[in-house]
Design a protein around this ligand. Structure first.
Ligand code: SIN
Length: 531
């Protein structure tokens, strides 16, 4: 093997909020973080505009926050997990403050709280309006840089887990030109983000390509709720890839959604208007665009001249796209934003494989059900990253002695080619279009079967290329799970089963083996109607 890694070294895959938080919470234990992009780049966490939801206002309670989380999740949230999530929120916000996150405060020095959709109280802590993700990551990266026990390997992407008898033995990683690195470890934490980049229109960075989900599934881990992909209603519609976000906090502050006739189209659709659950707003925006009426976020009256000061990130994104949000409504479209599904984990981030933990967006804890509540994603990342670290600490599988604290020597060998060629890019483009068109905001059996058929052909063609094989595996599992759920619920909307069905009021779980068997059944059935 190509490294002299200690058996009990902890390896964390991914350097977003969840990965960095696990490492910091484990200090002074020796840990290694492996990340495809330089620290702070390529992590969805850095791009998060909204903030972190925590019931810290007088009169608000963790119980009320849990109830909102459960209601948003449309009947399939794991209530135990939701209560853990919300009851540990205040503690984790304190942790982030202690690492130096400059959350916004009022003149009295109290944390400023804002309102987002489907929250019954003002409970989102933010930084300079829309810079929470960036500021939290900046603080955590600085903290990580001061810790001699945390080794960061940048430029390597984990693509394959090594296992023996249902237990993890290491992670295979590759760098851009095909250099291979094997990290031998019995304690691996996957914190590698979501799946947005499998879709043509997404708010996520290209690194959010679902590879970690496929790695876990190929190693035998069970996945959960993979059909539930959340589309953010207000990505800026200016042909950029990824699509820049116009944070929901704008609507929280009173911005309205209008079409090109100036009609507020959310008003007749839901009592909460623009602050209705995200899936409902996303579908309404999708319909206005599809019908040619257009959809725009109008911030002129409520934010107006203060835009640049209050929402500097969105202001810059608008400007880059040639839009002046002070005088013009912002054209918007829904974009794949967050995966409620992922690697099935328990309340301590343990997966179904020994020695494999998962946290952050790649995990499916059951906290979000069919639809995530705004600003619960960074919260989930820190709460469950903290619990993963606690669990690893309890297991005492590793030593914190200073002797072992020194950084490990890495030896790299040249092996297989993982470079993405232009022919691969063409297929990735086609995959993203298929996912948008057939496995996107609206789905039906015929379209899902079409997508599955073509994705399967591509997966067969690319089975020897790890990156493509991983991406296509995840895309296919999402498609198969969406085909199987014959109802509409939260982020999963079926035009051929447009009602919520009590029979389906449960989470879904799937292994790769089950997914392959189901794919065969779907593709062998007549027009995808059987099953
Ligand atoms: C937003 O700022 O609208 C996104 C926040 C989130 O996804 O929770």
């Amino acid at each position: 093997m190509s490294s002299n890694w200690q058996q009990n070294e902890i390896v964390i895959v991914g350097a977003g909020l969840a990965g960095l938080f696990v490492a910091l919470k484990l200090s002074p234990a020796p840990v290694t973080i492996v990340t495809s992009a330089p620290l702070g780049k390529g992590a969805s966490s850095s791009w998060a505009q909204g903030g972190i939801a925590a019931a810290i206002e007088k009169g608000d309670t963790a119980f009320a926050h849990a109830m909102d989380t459960i209601a948003a999740g449309a009947g399939i949230v794991n209530a135990h997990i939701a209560h853990i999530l919300t009851s540990q929120a205040a503690l984790r916000v304190q942790d982030l403050l202690s690492y130096g996150t400059p959350f916004d405060r009022n003149l009295e020095g109290d944390l400023l709280l804002s309102r987002e959709a489907a929250h019954s109280a003002r409970r989102v802590v933010r930084v300079k309006g829309d810079k929470a993700g960036w500021a939290i990551m900046k603080a955590l990266i600085s903290a990580v840089r001061t810790k001699p026990n945390i080794q960061v390997i940048e430029g390597y992407t984990a693509k394959k887990l090594a296992t023996k008898k249902n237990a993890i033995t290491g992670v295979h990683c590759w760098a851009g030109k095909g250099q291979h690195l094997f990290l031998r470890s019995r304690n691996v934490v996957l914190a590698a983000g979501g799946v947005g980049a499998l879709y043509k229109i997404t708010t996520n960075p290209e690194q959010a390509n679902g590879e970690a989900l496929a790695m876990a599934a190929k190693a035998g881990a069970i996945l959960a709720d993979t059909e539930f992909v959340q589309f953010h209603p207000t990505a800026i519609n200016a042909n950029a890839d990824p699509a820049p976000l116009a944070t929901e906090a704008l609507r929280g502050d009173g911005a309205t959604l209008i079409n090109k006739n100036g009609t507020r189209f959310m008003a007749p659709l839901h009592d909460d208007g623009e602050l209705a659950p995200r899936d409902i707003v996303a579908r309404a925006v999708f319909h206005e665009n599809r019908e040619g009426r257009g959809a725009f976020l109008d911030c002129r009256e409520v934010i107006g001249a203060d835009f640049q000061e209050l929402f500097p990130s969105v202001y810059k994104k608008c400007h880059d796209a040639g839009i002046d949000p002070i005088t013009q409504p912002i054209p918007v479209a829904p974009a794949a934003h967050f995966h409620m599904g992922g690697i099935h984990t328990d309340a301590y981030g343990r997966t179904t494989l020994n020695g494999l933990w998962a946290c952050g967006e790649v995990a499916s804890t059951g906290a979000h059900g069919a639809n995530r509540l705004a600003s619960n994603s960074l919260l989930e990342a820190v709460v469950f990253a903290g619990r993963v670290a606690e669990d690893l600490g309890k297991n005492s599988l590793f030593s914190t002695s200073s002797k072992q604290n020194k950084k490990m020597k890495i030896e790299i060998e040249e092996t297989i080619e993982t470079v993405i060629l232009s022919t691969h890019r063409k297929d990735i483009k086609e995959m993203r279009e298929l996912m948008d068109r057939y496995v996107g905001i609206e789905r039906n059996a015929k379209g899902l079967r079409n997508a599955l058929e073509r994705l399967t052909q591509m997966a067969d063609k690319h089975q020897d290329h790890l990156t493509l094989s991983n991406m296509l595996t995840t895309a296919r599992i999402i498609t198969i799970s969406a085909f199987m759920r014959k109802e509409s619920r939260g982020g999963h909307y079926r035009t051929d089963y447009d009602q919520t069905d009590i029979k389906w009021a449960h989470r879904s779980f799937i292994s790769l083996e089950q997914a392959e068997q189901t794919a065969c059944n779907i593709l062998n059935s007549d027009k995808g109607q059987a099953q």
